[in-house]
Design a protein around this ligand. Structure first.
Ligand code: ZN
Ligand code: ZN
Length: 372
């Protein structure tokens, strides 16, 4: 089980999708988005009429599918194998102290057969299914919880700073939650005309979720003195204008352009290099292909000294090329540094980011190591 600092999780997720052009999105992301929009519009067309009469099993299937698309677009599909969605009718959870109403979805960590996973519970409706916007809003709300819950580091240092990151364990709507949630909403609104007003009530304009913020504020106001002393004080909104992602005092989220552009530059370099490597492989294969005619096996190097000379020169050229690969070295160094100060291996997130691994461009490890 790999754990990451919450702010790294935020930056890592944001740079993979925030305000990217289509040609900077991965094939997997584009596919997930297309499937999401298609499913959403199909459901929307039927909504109000047949979604209410749809079989519960079929709505459960739809919700699971939408969740899966969100995971593949925003989180490299890292959550898929560690997340279970339990969508049922007529299920209410604990009371939300900030509103007095009962929660209708929640996300918790569970252990089953010695394996840790996140359980997302969703109430599909009371007697009849809720409308699609409500259900989708809850899916987006919960998937952000799932991301932080499953991957956040729980060391003493990270625990102490919870009020400034993911929030108090009983609340979980801290500043980093609010920011990532809002950036997901912003992105989803770009996907289709039918999604332009997604969560317009809860996240008006560029603002973070009102309900989540309300819950956070309520909890903070209610926090006892003893509890408060367990944590670092809540830092002001203006704290860390240099940070890649921050909240403004009017409740909006700002992302430094460098977050995206540094990442894109790195991807371009890696992509260029991997194309070059492929070309070299092909050229080598061609070069080594046996000639059509048979020729006698002979020791050419003894017979023709200039061949030997040429070979050693070629070797020299290759060496020099390797020497000039600053980026490769820099990346290796960054990766090394990263591994040394983090306590746990980070195999989970890497293994599940299969698409990233295949492309060798979007793999979480290359993201993380770059931003040290
Ligand atoms: Zn930690
Ligand atoms: Zn929540």
């Amino acid at each position: 089980m790999s754990r990451y600092k919450p702010r790294e999780l935020l930056n890592f997720a944001v740079k993979a999708f925030h305000s990217r052009n289509d040609n900077d999105l991965s094939i997997g992301q584009l596919k997930a988005r297309t499937e999401f929009v298609k499913t959403f519009n199909n459901l929307k067309r039927n909504n109000g009429k047949s979604i209410e009469h749809k079989q519960v099993a079929s709505i459960q299937g739809d919700m699971g599918y939408l969740m899966n698309c969100l995971d593949r677009f925003f989180f490299f599909g890292c959550l898929m194998s560690q997340m279970k969605l339990e969508a049922t009718m007529n299920t209410m959870f604990e009371k939300d102290p900030s509103t007095g109403k009962r929660w209708e979805s929640d996300t918790t960590l569970s252990i089953e057969d010695d394996k840790l996973f996140v359980k997302v519970r969703l109430n599909l409706g009371q007697n009849k299914p809720y409308n699609l916007q409500i259900l989708l809003g809850r899916l987006v709300h919960e998937i952000v919880h799932a991301w932080y819950l499953y991957f956040s580091c729980t060391c003493e240092y990270c625990e102490r700073d919870l009020l400034n990151t993911t929030g108090h364990p009983s609340d979980q709507h801290g500043p980093l939650y609010l920011m990532l949630h809002r950036l997901l909403v912003t992105e989803i609104r770009r996907w289709d005309a039918t999604l332009e007003d997604f969560l317009a009530d809860d996240c008006p304009g560029g603002k973070v979720s009102r309900s989540a913020k309300k819950s956070f504020d309520y909890f903070m106001a209610d926090l006892g003195k003893d509890e408060k002393e367990k944590y670092n004080r809540l830092r002001s909104y203006n704290f860390g204008a240099q940070l890649f992602v921050r909240l403004t005092d009017d409740g909006k989220v700002k992302v430094r352009p460098e977050l995206k552009h540094k990442q894109l530059n790195m991807e371009d370099t890696l992509r260029g290099r991997s194309l070059r490597e492929k070309e070299l492989m092909e050229d080598k294969e061609n070069y080594l292909k046996p000639e059509e005619e048979n020729y006698e096996e002979e020791n050419y190097q003894d017979k023709y000294p200039e061949i030997e000379e040429e070979m050693s020169e070629a070797k020299y050229l290759i060496d020099e090329e390797e020497m000039s690969e600053d980026l490769g070295k820099g990346l290796k160094r960054a990766r090394k540094q990263y591994y040394t100060y983090l306590p746990s291996p980070r195999s989970d997130i890497e293994q599940s980011g299969q698409e990233g691994m295949l492309l060798d461009l979007r793999s979480p490890s290359s993201f993380l190591s770059f931003y040290q």
